[in-house]
Design a protein around this ligand. Structure first.
Ligand SMILES: [Zn+2]
Length: 102
């Protein structure tokens, strides 16, 4: 099985969503996530499917039906404390994900 590599998300990938966030702060935050090929409904980095995000038990976060974790509410910059924060689906980068044994 070949290991697919993913780029980290960068400010220029999502600047339409994260308005008013300082570039350095945003860049530091976005390394947690996979660069989306398009903002809005990016395919899951694990199974490649779209539109399979479901909410989890942690506010703002969830996962694909295959189990891969993602985040929809982002608390950063001017909206750090506002309900909902910035809203767009980003999948966590493989660097951030540990597979649990089952
Ligand atoms: Zn998936």
């Amino acid at each position: 099985m070949t290991k697919k590599t993913f780029e980290h998300c960068k400010p220029e990938d999502v600047q339409a969503v994260f308005t008013d966030v300082a570039a350095e702060e945003l860049a530091a935050y976005l390394v947690l996530f996979v660069r989306p090929e398009a903002v809005g409904n990016p395919p899951c980095p694990h199974c490649g499917e779209r539109s399979r995000f479901r909410w989890g038990l942690t506010h703002g976060q969830g996962n694909c039906t295959c189990g891969w974790p993602g985040r929809y509410y982002h608390y950063i910059g001017p909206r750090e404390h506002r309900y909902g924060g910035y809203q767009t689906l980003l999948w966590y980068h493989p660097d951030q994900v540990q597979r649990s044994r089952s």
